[in-house]
Design a protein. Sequence first.
Length: 124
Amino acid sequence: MCEIFVKADPHLYECRARSIRLHGAVTSIRLENLFWHALEEIATRDGMSVNQLITKLYDELVEYRGEIDNFTSFLRVCCLRYLSLMVDGAISTDKRIPLAGTKLMTGGAPTMNNGTNMMLIQYR
């Protein structure tokens, strides 16, 4: 079992820190390269830079939760959730389809803002 994990490219679990500006304040975020790759993919799908995506996630989390205890952990969870939802078929694996406007309803069925089933939109 461990062979599938231990043979991972060491570059994927090397950490890299990036300085970003959140509303004028410069901060540093340290993540493993695999997470930076996932964030780049998510950002690209919605026509944003990674810094823009991180700022958007930060703002939406503050608005929804009111406070942030561990933002770096939240970013890791976002990446794993993104990959998991693609594997489960809840969001498209077609990286040309933006994620903006996609909402997961109770039970995980993805919909667009207008309530239309996302899977129907993809196959039309």
